[in-house]
Design a protein around this ligand. Structure first.
Ligand code: URA
Length: 208
């Protein structure tokens, strides 16, 4: 079974308090989502393998360790885009793909409308991002798609997870690790996480 990591870091918890606050404005909300994504990325890359190398310091040759791996970041549109900058801050060489899925408000099922991924994604370590792991439908469909395109090593990064979403994602993709900044109790009848932080897309893009 994959790892389900929930951060207990004080910086993340303090930022989560600001994200949950309905009085946090769009500018601040967007910045904090990005910061939390960066901190999660730091946690989610802990296992990345290093290879020995040598560099010349101004003094002498030194033995160092470097990452010899290509990364892809694949936000699920549109809310996943809010996490992109944070990840790119730590992995600026990552290639970026996007998956366009929205949740049908009636069925709550994901519908694909646009997908574009890096060509050699099968050789990359892939981070799929979506701030809210609610029912899990979108995350499962997004990861289905990335796997169909050949990706083998996939990690899912979200800001907030609900038990239903974690269960659905672990059942559908037991090989995919999940990293979350916080874990809430449940979903309400509209598929929103409670207590949650509201509609992440609307709060990131100021559309409400
Ligand atoms: N999507 C959101 O933006 N918020 C939720 O609570 C659930 C899904």
């Amino acid at each position: 079974m994959s790892e389900f990591f929930v951060s207990n870091h004080p910086l993340i918890q303090n930022k989560m308090a600001l994200l949950r606050d309905k009085n946090t404005c769009t500018k601040e909300f967007k910045e904090i989502i990005s910061e939390v994504a960066m901190l999660l990325c730091y946690e989610a890359t802990r296992h990345v393998e290093l290879v020995p190398a040598k560099v010349d310091t101004p003094i002498m040759e030194a033995d160092v360790n470097v990452i010899d791996r290509n990364f892809a970041i694949v936000p699920i549109l549109r809310a996943g885009m809010g996490m992109l900058d944070g990840l790119l801050t730590l992995i600026p060489t990552a290639k970026v793909g996007v998956i366009g899925l929205y949740r049908d408000p009636e069925t709550l099922k994901p519908v694909e409308y646009y997908c574009k991924l890096p060509k050699d994604i099968e050789n990359m370590e892939v981070f799929v991002t979506d701030p809210m792991l609610a029912t899990g439908g979108t995350a499962v469909a997004g990861i289905d798609f990335v796997k169909q395109k050949g990706a083998k090593k996939i990690t899912f990064l979200c800001i907030l997870a609900a038990p239903e979403g974690v269960k659905a994602l672990q059942e559908a993709h037991p090989d995919v690790d999940i990293y979350a900044a916080a874990y809430d109790d449940a979903l309400n009848d509209h598929g929103y996480i409670v207590p949650g932080l509201g509609d992440a897309g609307d709060r990131i893009f100021g559309t409400k």
